[in-house]
Design a binder for this molecule. Structure first.
Ligand SMILES: [Zn+2]
Length: 281
């Protein structure tokens, strides 16, 4: 089983999804420089260096730990015939559709937990501490956050009763969507709104990276926006030129070393360094 799982990961993720993702990132990097949505605050080169290094630790944790664990959980479910979709026994096309919905809902719940639980926020704030938001932020996660997510997301895949193949296809779509909604790409406003009826857009996710607490604690969805709608955590009412990106207690560029030790330090209050609480007038 171990061998067939590794083969499937290589076939679908390494030779299927990864090249698509790499080309997509380069394309989005070019487009967001050409059609910028928000003005940049931090120096591009410094951010590029920091984000590339932090992202490479996250990608290693994703490829070597999270993906094999989720695939393993799904194949264990298959072997022992457990999980919701195996109880439901619906026709295959519906099974594929439901597997996607279940996995995407799991991503919403996990993201929300990262904002609700102080221990998880210690890791997730590394992603939010970026002073700008673009495609280089998309994979800027502390590797600890990825490793901790193994238990939750692996357990979710097992309980959902999805197959290893469904896990891998979802994971590729998850990464494509993550790269897309973190970009600083100015889509025509009408198109952005239309898309936000179904999927998370750069404008929608920009609000999630605001220094204002109410706005950060909204828009947790990863692929489909339906989860934010159902839980009433959707915000689309903030113009991008009024969004201050980041967390209020970090207002300077943080380097790799500072970001790596950040989860070990006490989280400051949600205030600017001068003591003011960010609010919207
Ligand atoms: Zn977040």
């Amino acid at each position: 089983m171990k061998n067939s799982n590794s083969k499937l990961i290589r076939k679908l993720f390494d030779f299927g999804g990864a090249p698509i993702l790499a080309v997509g990132v380069l394309g989005l990097f070019y487009l967001e420089k050409r059609y910028a949505l928000r003005k940049r605050k931090d120096a591009l080169w410094e951010r590029l260096k920091t984000n590339t290094m932090v992202s490479s630790t996250a990608v290693a944790a994703l490829r070597l730990s999270l993906i094999p664990a989720m695939v393993k959980a799904a194949s264990l479910g298959e072997k022992h015939n457990v999980g919701l979709l195996r109880i439901l026994r619906v026709p295959l096309p519906l099974n594929h559709f439901l597997s996607f919905l279940l996995l995407d809902y799991g991503s919403y719940r996990w993201h929300k937990l990262n904002h609700r639980f102080p221990f998880l926020w210690r890791f997730h704030q590394v992603h939010h501490a970026d002073l700008d938001l673009d495609v280089t932020t998309a994979l800027r996660f502390h590797f600890g956050e990825v490793l901790i997510s193994v238990l939750y997301r692996g357990g979710w895949a097992l309980l959902a009763g999805v197959s290893p193949r469904q896990v891998l296809v979802y994971e590729i779509i998850f990464e494509v969507a993550t790269n897309f909604h973190h970009t600083n790409l100015k889509l025509p406003e009408k198109l952005d709104r239309r898309l936000a009826d179904f999927i998370v857009t750069p404008r929608m996710h920009g609000i999630h990276h605001s220094v204002i607490r109410d706005e950060t604690d909204s828009n947790y969805s990863v692929v489909l926006t339906i989860w934010d709608r159902l839980h009433q955590t959707l915000r689309l009412d903030i113009p991008q030129d009024q969004i201050n990106i980041g967390v209020p207690y970090i207002r300077k560029h943080t380097d790799v070393k500072e970001l790596m030790v950040m989860p070990l330090q006490q989280v400051p209050d949600w205030k600017f360094p001068d003591g003011q609480v960010p609010t919207r007038v």
